[in-house]
Every structure is written in structure tokens, then in C-alpha cells.
Design a protein around this ligand. Structure first.
Ligand code: ZN
Ligand code: ZN
Length: 238
């Protein structure tokens, strides 16, 4: 069996908590940037101040570019690059990381808490609309579907191909795809296309169910943000 767990590692930018096994990394993890070599930067790219014995160069941990101390003085949490403590950020990266940290605090928590959904999967004919609790695993890698009788196959977050949010129109039970931005009605469910463990494309439809509908609605909104974050970091790496 492959080793799991995490280990503390001292990197060039600070202490990082890295997975022992690469394949158990959170799908929200970002690779560290390569740092611009000292010889290639003679002045701060923010304020143009020349580097010398007193005005030292510092690397922003997120973008890897060179700044003076003043222009990179912010210390911000960077969990996506596995740093344990807040690390040095330039102004541009500070804004991005703060927004992401807001996501980790609110939305990852909501996804792990879970919500109740009527679940309808491809190929299911006789067990439609059974209510399951759906939650994100603690390593952020899988969606679990479970009720007191049954557990469905996990869906790997990185195997989700597309995600469609459904909203409930007022005075109507008809589910309609969300139309652009604007009124922002509450989500009543979602449909996800994903690859199963055999590589086959599957479809799962989930409709908010149970007593605490608000929790399910929040779960859908959080899932939408999680999908976008994973998709955005994949396209930026390419
Ligand atoms: Zn500067
Ligand atoms: Zn930066």
C-alpha cells in the first residue's frame, strides 16, 4: 500500500507540510514558482528601487519575482503552496491569496460539512431520487455519497468535467439552468459530468433535499467555487 500522510519540509521559502505521496496531494495545491535568479533583477519591479547592500532583494513566495522589503512586506497564509506559516507576498499576490484564503475558510468547510441531496446517477433505474449526504473528504480529493443503507462510489474532484447549477424559479417547481449573473437566485441542485474509476463519462444529478435546505444550497455554491478554482489553476499551469 502506498504511503500516506504528510511531512514537514524546509524549503527555500519557509516550512511546508507536504504529502509523503505525491498522488495524495490536495487538488487545490499549486506548484511553487521558480524564483527569478538574483543576477537577473537589479531593482524592485514594483518601485524600481535599486538593490544594494542596504536595499536587499526578496522573493514573493507566490509569483517568485524580486521585490524590495517594503514592496513585499505582507505576510499572508499560502495553503495552496503548503506553507505552514504566513509568507512574504507582493501586493498583487496578497490580493489573490487573501481571496483564496476566504474560500478555504468558508467554502471548503461547507463542502466538508456536507449537504443532503436526492441523487440520480447514470445507469440508475430503480433507485432514483434516494437521499444521500454528500461531503468532501478531509484530503479534499473525493466526494462521498452516503446514507444509512448505502454508499455510492466516490467522485474524484479532479475527474469532474463540467458542472451545471440549477435554480428554483419562484412559484414554480421547474428546475432551470442558472441564467447569467444578476438576481442570483438560490441553487436548488446541480448536474456534474465526471469520469468514473474506469474512465467512463458519467452524469450525476443532485437536488437539494432534507430538512436543512439552506445547507444544501450553500454546498452547491461552494462546489461551484471549488470547481472553478481547480479549473483555473489547471489552465494557468498549461
Ligand atoms: Zn519596492
Ligand atoms: Zn507576487
Amino acid at each position: 500500500m502506498a504511503a500516506t500522510g504528510k511531512m514537514l519540509q524546509k524549503g527555500k521559502g519557509g516550512m511546508r507540510m507536504v504529502p509523503v505521496n505525491e498522488s495524495s496531494a490536495s487538488p487545490f495545491t499549486l506548484p511553487e514558482p521558480s524564483w527569478i535568479p538574483d543576477a537577473q533583477c537589479q531593482s524592485c519591479i514594483q518601485c524600481q528601487g535599486k538593490f544594494d547592500f542596504l536595499n536587499r532583494r526578496h522573493h514573493c513566495r507566490r509569483c517568485g519575482k524580486c521585490f524590495c522589503d517594503t514592496c513585499s512586506s505582507a505576510k499572508v497564509l499560502l495553503p495552496r503552496m503548503l506553507y505552514v506559516d504566513p509568507v512574504r507576498h507582493c501586493a498583487g499576490c496578497t490580493a489573490v491569496s487573501k481571496k483564496e484564503n476566504d474560500f478555504f475558510e468558508k467554502h471548503i468547510k461547507a463542502l466538508m460539512t456536507g449537504g443532503a441531496f436526492s441523487v440520480n446517477q447514470t445507469g440508475e433505474t430503480n433507485d432514483n431520487d434516494t437521499v444521500y449526504t454528500c461531503k468532501l473528504s478531509s484530503d479534499h480529493r473525493h466526494l462521498h455519497f452516503e446514507n444509512e443503507h448505502r454508499r455510492l462510489d466516490d467522485i474524484s474532484l479532479t475527474d469532474i468535467d463540467s458542472l451545471q447549477i440549477w435554480t428554483e424559479e419562484k412559484d414554480s417547481d421547474v428546475l432551470q439552468p442558472r441564467k447569467g449573473k444578476g438576481s442570483n437566485p438560490l441553487a436548488s441542485g446541480l448536474a456534474m459530468k465526471y469520469k468514473d474509476s474506469c474512465g467512463e463519462m458519467q452524469l450525476v444529478k443532485m437536488v437539494v433535499a432534507g430538512q436543512n435546505k439552506r445547507q444544501g444550497q450553500c454546498w452547491v455554491a461552494s462546489m461551484q467555487k471549488a470547481f472553478k478554482m481547480i479549473h483555473d489553476s489547471r489552465t494557468s499551469i498549461r
